[in-house]
Design a protein around this ligand. Structure first.
Ligand SMILES: O=P(O)(O)OC[C@@]1(O)O[C@H](CO)[C@@H](O)[C@@H]1O
Ligand SMILES: [Mn+2]
Length: 451
């Protein structure tokens, strides 16, 4: 197993808070403590609920969990050494081994700390420590501290969801009559809707409201210039080229995997895109990959996935409920499958997957296309390293390539590769925050089979 920041010839260092004033520094100094404070407040606000459900034990659990999280916040704010985990989860040993390697790499125990170690590692570690605090207090171990924000994002985006489901109904109803070009148009629109659905993530806003008010379809043309790399055509031909030979009327691709990011509105845009991929015959099966436990404030868990489909089914809107019923049917038929491998809630750069999670790597190799949603996945695809903007996406992937892949990401961290010469400099002169504001995006693909 590689440890983060392992110096390898030609590979730039990991982003970290060592660079005072950098986005990593500001995130660790300001945003992560804010997120922890919100988590503590959420647990405190549910104290009566815990008492009603678990009596005095619930009160004790609330108090203990808050004290563990307050200790964690203090460690973070005073740059204390990263500590071993003690909750006995199946991956506790992995995390502690990862820490020991990091200590060897960085020289000693003291130096593996919040502001001196790779940003990707310490941020992932923080969310795993939140999970540990809950797991050490069994009555409230399955409490999702981020649930309120995720459900709020869904409820406050109802107008947009209704508009999208109405659009999807219109496309599905006329699917047989659509020309190839018309099919591509709908594909491209719904791909972009899923892309921009990623703007709504709570960890960037440290939990501030982020609902989607109007129909996203109306904004696509205005947002087009903000897509810095657009490989939509490549994604389309990857899918159609996967046409199963000798299967007249068969689907184009057998399987598309979607590595999910945020719950709420973004998840609905992903489900709508997945519905279109199946109903258009572009894919026979969709495999979704979510998180094993609450992660990065708004990321999808199995509970969020099921809840979102149930809520859509129950909507008081004809086309929303029809979509929800269709999605429930796809899940029952096995046309849609949901997975949550522990790897996605570990700190790995994806170039480590083949070595550290060979079962997952092999599973992804069975896909005709793997879509990676969001910024954290992009950071892991590129190792969260300080690459030149003109470095090739393939170079940054450092050998990761289980299948043709595409990142659908709005930029919320200062790592971006695959740009044209001068493109990064021009963006910086126009908007110094272009890499972290969430205003820009990429549809960036790599096909290991075309090398
Ligand atoms: O993966 P998402 O949900 O698109 O965004 C997550 C994220 O951008 O939020 C934080 C903002 O600083 C980053 O640490 C992290 O990469
Ligand atoms: Mn996220």
């Amino acid at each position: 197993m590689m440890a983060a920041d392992q110096t390898v010839a030609g590979v730039p260092p990991s982003l970290s808070a060592r660079v005072v004033g950098s986005f990593a520094y500001l995130t660790i100094r300001d945003r992560l403590p804010t997120i922890l404070t919100k988590v503590i407040d959420t647990i405190h606000r549910n104290k009566n609920k815990f008492f009603e459900e678990y009596g005095e034990e619930g009160i004790q659990a609330e108090k203990q969990t808050i004290s563990l999280l307050s200790k964690l916040r203090n460690e973070l704010q005073t740059d204390k050494p990263v500590l071993v985990l003690t909750d006995g989860l199946p991956d506790t040993e992995f995390w502690n081994q990862y820490l020991h390697r990091q200590q060897r790499l960085q020289g000693d125990q003291e130096s593996v700390s919040w502001f001196k170690s790779p940003w990707l590692y310490v941020e992932c570690y923080m969310y795993r420590r939140i999970q540990e605090a809950l797991l050490l207090n069994p009555p409230i171990s399955d409490f999702d501290v981020f649930n309120e924000g995720k459900t709020q994002s869904f409820f406050e985006s109802q107008q947009a969801v209704m508009a999208l489901c109405t659009y999807l109904e219109g496309v599905n109803k006329n699917m047989e009559e659509l020309s190839k070009n018309q099919l591509f148009e709908h594909f491209s629109r719904l791909l972009q809707v899923s892309l921009w659905g990623n703007k709504c993530d709570l960890s960037i806003s440290a939990g501030q409201e982020n609902s989607q008010k109007t129909s996203p379809l109306d904004s696509l043309s205005a947002l087009q210039p903000f897509i810095l790399v657009d490989d939509s055509n490549v994604v389309w031909s990857t899918l159609t080229a996967a046409q199963r030979s000798g299967q007249p009327g068969g689907t184009a691709a057998d399987r598309v995997d979607i590595v999910l990011d945020n719950a709420g509105f973004e998840l609905v845009t992903d489900l709508i895109f997945a519905d279109f991929l199946v109903s258009s015959g572009l894919a026979r099966q969709i495999h979704f990959h979510g998180k094993l436990f609450p992660w990065f404030v708004s990321d999808v868990t199995a509970n969020d996935f099921q809840w979102t489909i149930r809520q859509t089914m129950a909507a008081n809107h004809k086309w929303m409920s029809k979509s929800g019923v269709q999605w429930q049917t796809y899940v029952k038929q096995g046309v849609w499958r949901y997975h949550d491998h522990p790897f996605w809630t570990q700190p790995h750069e994806f170039c480590d997957m083949a070595a550290d999670a060979p079962d997952l790597y092999a599973a992804l190799q069975g896909a005709d296309l793997v879509l990676f949603k969001g910024d954290l996945n992009y950071r892991k695809l590129t190792g969260d390293r300080d690459w030149d903007h003109t470095a090739a996406f393939k170079t940054a992937l450092r050998g990761f390539g289980p299948a043709p892949l595409c990142s659908l990401r709005t930029l919320k961290a200062n790592v971006q590769v695959g740009l044209q010469p001068g493109q990064g400099e021009k963006l910086t002169s126009q908007d110094p925050n272009w890499m972290t504001s969430g205003q820009y995006a990429v549809i960036q693909s790599y096909n290991p089979k075309s090398e």
